[in-house]
Design a binder for this molecule. Structure first.
Ligand code: KQY
Length: 365
């Protein structure tokens, strides 16, 4: 059922990802203008991610009818495969934002999606099937849903601590191609009402060259309330340095909704990852889709990881920093198994593990 009220009025909040889940959704990759070689290498990588997460919670893979049989054959039986039309695989962006209340009831928010900037600076056209997915997933989950007619928002552009704080970036949420007609305070008001939070922390920018206009989930992640990991480089000649330093300064000078100062852990980026000639040649060049040229730098970041019930699934880039990331995450999450998955193929598509996964919070039975 579509609800006319708001989560704040009804007492629903978005839990932190580190709270208990009952399931995880993903979408099978196939579009040849985003995934090289018709999505074949990315499909193997998605299988690895799904299998890793399924050690901790049930996974559902959504797929177009074209790829249903292939996805079914490539995935093990314990991963549910459900046909659902889509334009691409970024479920964190256009799946529902799941909310819970103190009775443990679940609801969703269905934001509008315009492929990260619509006709102004969006990354593909059309996006109509993606925009319908949140509503369809709420139906699959048998839950009611708040639907906003005009407000553009992607799930990767916000992080919450489940205790009243939301972190986002100005670069993304104030971008012209999303809600350019609204002021920052009007945008804040919508976020407060629909995520049911009291405090918004505005970072300035996301990662260097992030094609989504700086999604926050590629530059920080919440470990637990009051504690974040920040994507970092010590190389002051790298444009990423100023961006990360600015985020650190903002967080160090902020307190969250509960009045806590932030504990910040620096998770060092890999050596810049560049698209190779061969990779570039494997991607269909289509007018209107964001191009992938040899030598282009990708926004590689270890903080774009998935927090599962008993695990952390983080991206590997075949870089010496992979091991440092593993060690830091093991220290930060002593009660979770930290598992790396080779993620270059996801990165080549423009995002990473957090962007291709959507957790469903655990509801009361
Ligand atoms: O990182 C994301 N949330 C999505 C990136 C989309 C890339 C489309 N090429």
């Amino acid at each position: 059922m579509l609800l006319n009220s708001s989560p704040k009025k009804d007492g629903f909040r978005m839990p932190g990802e580190f709270e208990q889940h009952e399931a995880c959704y993903m979408i099978w990759p196939e579009r040849p203008d985003n995934w090289r070689l018709g999505g074949k290498p990315a499909q193997h990588c998605f299988v690895e991610v799904a299998c890793a997460i399924s050690q901790f919670e049930p996974v559902t893979m959504l797929t177009s009818h074209h790829q249903y049989l292939n996805a079914r054959n490539m995935l093990p039986d314990h991963i549910r495969v459900v046909e659902m039309s889509n334009n691409d695989s970024w479920i964190r962006d256009y799946g529902p934002s799941f909310l819970i209340n103190h009775h443990g009831e679940l609801r969703g928010v269905d934001w509008r999606f315009n492929a990260w900037g619509g006709l102004l600076d969006g990354l593909y056209f059309p996006w109509d099937k993606d925009d319908l997915m949140a509503q369809k997933i709420c139906e699959l989950e048998h839950i009611d849903c708040y639907s906003l007619e005009n407000f553009i928002l992607e799930g990767c552009s916000i992080h919450v601590d489940g205790e009243g704080t939301l972190i986002t970036t100005e670069e993304c949420l104030l971008s012209e191609g999303r809600n350019g007609q609204l002021s920052q305070s009007q945008i804040e008001a919508v976020l407060k009402e629909y995520f049911n939070v009291e405090k918004i922390i505005w970072l300035k920018h996301g990662c260097y060259l992030d094609e989504t206009n700086g999604h926050v989930d590629n530059i920080i992640n919440y470990v637990r309330p009051g504690e974040v990991v920040l994507s970092w480089t010590d190389d002051q000649n790298d444009p990423q340095y100023e961006i990360s330093k600015e985020c650190e300064d903002i967080l160090m000078n902020s307190v969250d909704a509960q009045g806590r100062p932030f504990i910040i852990h620096k998770l060092h980026c890999p050596t810049p990852v560049l698209i190779t000639e061969e990779e570039s040649k494997g991607i269909d060049a289509i007018n209107g889709t964001f191009p992938r040229q040899a030598g282009d730098r990708l926004a590689a970041s270890y903080v774009n990881y998935y927090t599962a019930n008993g695990g952390i699934i983080f991206p590997l880039f075949d870089d010496p920093k992979d091991e440092d990331a593993q060690k830091l995450l093991e220290q930060l999450y002593p009660d979770r198994k930290v598992m790396g998955v080779k993620a270059r193929e996801i990165l080549l598509g423009g995002g990473n593990i957090h962007c291709i996964t959507q957790n469903v919070p655990k509801r009361a039975k």
